[in-house]
Design a binder for this molecule. Structure first.
Ligand SMILES: *[C@@H]1O[C@H](CO)[C@@H](O)[C@H](O)[C@H]1NC(C)=O
Ligand SMILES: *[C@@H]1O[C@H](CO)[C@@H](O)[C@H](O)[C@H]1NC(C)=O
Ligand SMILES: [Mn+2]
Length: 375
């Protein structure tokens, strides 16, 4: 009896506390203390929820029938790191990269190099938050990420000219790129991959992990092999920044070529310079749609210590940004920055600042090269 009365007394309270998702169009810039005469709408980039570059949050993963604000380019976090061979921690990468991006502000993002502001263009760019991924089963987590990608790229874009929204994923370990490639394949067909990494990541699952179980063979060092086997990528793909040793004297590189890749090593940059690297990348993928994957370990650990499988002798942040900005004109249908594991960063946040800037360069490429036709 008593509990019944208590419950009915509480019911209105329960209703009042019903959880609602954040507003679809993100932050309101209303001076919300105006009623007491204080205007705190300073435009601070360090207030409110942390989205990438203070972009509006959109609940892109909302259930069917719910109103979802339209977008052209979506930032999506993939908090997953149970496919790594070395240090874990990239599940916190999306949050870390967003933290590193807080000083980026669309009202004050005019590039001194290009004279452009990627945030004030034809494209509506939003942050969709993170895909909910289980950390207990890699197979299930990848299926969840596949679904998140398909849902987000399957919505109608804001632009009527370019109907398919594009996604930049914040990893997550490199396994997460497999889901992104499955999704670009569905929307655009086979892509050439420009893969910035110190490792080739085309390892045959039989060589890396698959000796344990089929499940273990799907990991951050084999996903490009699997993407090739699934027919997602073209044989005009290319790695850039490679320097980590291979596991077999000849077999790994032979398999890499079979998977459709050519290699630009880290030290090739000393020989041909930034311009030479840009030319080789553009020539290799010319005429095809392109997916760009940036493993943060392509940078030297001096510039990006916070990653799972650090390799010394890599590129500087400036070199990588120059190379990326030099790729303008390509048809980029998807991109990611992966393997950021913030727990290994330093107090100056070197890695997450670099990652945030790389994302901005990738956005620049997408804005500069809209892609009109699907598949
Ligand atoms: C999005 O769509 C609306 C309505 O068509 C349009 O006014 C706006 O310019 C578009 N782009 C952006 C960046 O909001
Ligand atoms: C890619 O495959 C096609 C068709 O199999 C072949 O004609 C072409 O030479 C290959 N290109 C490269 C760069 O390997
Ligand atoms: Mn990698």
């Amino acid at each position: 009896m008593f509990s019944y009365h208590l419950l009915s007394a509480l019911l209105p309270l329960i209703d009042a506390r019903e959880i609602t998702f954040p507003p679809a169009s993100g932050y309101s810039q209303q001076p919300f203390l105006a009623h007491v005469g204080i205007d705190i709408s300073t435009g601070s980039a360090f207030a409110g929820l942390t989205t990438y570059a203070n972009l509006p949050y959109v609940h892109c993963l909302a259930a069917e029938g719910e109103h979802v604000e339209k977008y052209d380019i979506a930032i999506l976090g993939a908090p997953f790191d149970t496919g790594v061979t070395a240090r874990p921690g990239a599940r916190f990468g999306p949050g870390g990269i967003r933290g590193g991006s807080r000083r980026i502000n669309s009202a004050a993002a005019w590039s001194v190099y290009t004279g452009e502001n990627v945030f004030l263009s034809w494209a509506k760019i939003v942050d969709c938050g993170d895909a909910p991924l289980t950390f207990l089963d890699n197979t299930v987590a990848l299926r969840q990420l596949d679904a998140a990608h398909q849902l987000i790229s399957g919505r109608p874009a804001n632009s009527s000219e370019y109907p398919t929204p594009r996604i930049i994923t914040l990893g997550g370990d490199h396994t997460t790129t497999l889901s992104a490639l499955r999704s670009t394949h569905q929307a655009w067909g086979q892509v050439s991959v420009i893969h910035f990494d110190s490792h080739i990541d085309t390892w045959d699952p039989k060589v890396l992990g698959g000796g344990v179980s089929h499940y273990a063979g799907v990991n951050h060092g084999t996903f490009l092999h699997i993407a090739h086997e699934e027919g997602l990528i073209r044989n005009t793909s290319i790695h850039a920044g490679i320097r980590a040793p291979v596991m077999r004297r000849k077999g790994d590189v032979r398999n890499d070529v079979r998977c459709g890749f050519e290699i630009i090593t880290a030290r090739d940059l000393d020989r041909v310079g930034v311009t030479g690297v840009i030319e080789q990348l553009k020539e290799r993928v010319s005429g095809s749609k392109v997916y760009i994957s940036v493993d943060i370990d392509v940078l030297d650990p001096a510039f990006a210590p916070a990653t799972g499988t650090a390799e010394v002798g890599g590129w500087s942040t400036r070199e990588l940004l120059s190379i990326l900005d030099g790729l303008r004109g390509l048809q980029i249908v998807g991109a990611d920055v992966v393997e950021v594991a913030p727990v290994y960063d330093n107090v100056g946040e070197t890695t997450v600042l670099a990652a945030a800037e790389i994302v901005q360069s990738l956005l620049g490429l997408m804005v500069h090269g809209p892609v009109i036709t699907a598949a």
